[in-house]
Ligand binder design. Sequence first.
Ligand SMILES: C[S@@+](CC[C@H](N)C(=O)[O-])C[C@H]1O[C@@H](n2cnc3c(N)ncnc32)[C@H](O)[C@@H]1O
Length: 304
Amino acid sequence: MTSGGPRFIRDLLHEAAQRLQAVHAADDGDDARLQVELLYGLATGLDRARVIAAGSDVASPAAAEAFATLMERRIQHEPLAYILGRREFFGMTFEVGPGCLVPRPETETLVEAALDAVRGHPNARRLVRVADIGTGSGAIALSVAQHAPNAQVFAVDVSSEALQWAGRNMRRFGLQDRVVLLTGDLAEPLSEPVDVLLANLPYVPTEEFEALPAQIREREPRIAVEGGPEGVELIARLAQQLDAHLSPVAAAIFEVGAGQISWVEELVTRALTEAGRTGLDVRHHRDLRGIRRTLEVRVGYPTG
Ligand SMILES: C[S@@+](CC[C@H](N)C(=O)[O-])C[C@H]1O[C@@H](n2cnc3c(N)ncnc32)[C@H](O)[C@@H]1O
């Protein structure tokens, strides 16, 4: 890409976007043009607006070479967010990299439901205890802590690598006084009942995992994506732990895969009913694509 003498930045980016599109035909995610603009910005220290404005300038050999190196990483399916080292989520910039899942836009649906549940909880004027099971980068836990000053958040993950990213982000946002990071399996590390329990656990069935784009299958942690042969194994296990970890008035909110919501609703409501909980209030929340993405089950909440 650096051969052939001086190049206008506009032409360099156009060619790079076409190449990316061809190679990443099966990868979902960001638009190719946006990606190359961001990568050129990273290579040169310019923000995206200035990259676009500089289109008719000639790329310096050093910039062209640095850009070519970043492009090569992207061509090899390294996720854009890992290369940039960051991803926007719920209006906040999270640091991300190998070892944690890149937060997805559809997960913002869960955060919105979580904030609603925190604000509507009878303890809202005091302290609402929240758990985020499978916290990864801390996207959910930290967004809730940031936007609900009355929330005390326990962020759990079985992966210590993922928790390192969560810790980095927790310090980045200065939320150490209200967020506690815990290592372990599902809800087991929680030492007290919580009022709002959140979980975006892996839910992709093994067979579907094998067909995912390379940038997910080969680069993001398998433990963050693959949920077992049926996809819902971890969610089913967490459902069995719910009663022991939820306070008398509580909400449990799960992100699920497309088409899984009824199945997960059945798992969660059966587990709670068998444990003697009554008056369950079940809600489905759709993501921006209209998919029923988030299941919420409230127990004992005031109505109205
Ligand atoms: C789909 S990712 C979600 C990450 C983050 N919460 C988000 O929404 O972007 C699932 C997370 O669950 C964690 N996980 C997988 N199995 C777990 C288990 N048994 N107990 C706790 N966390 C687990 C993974 O390490 C990963 O960070």
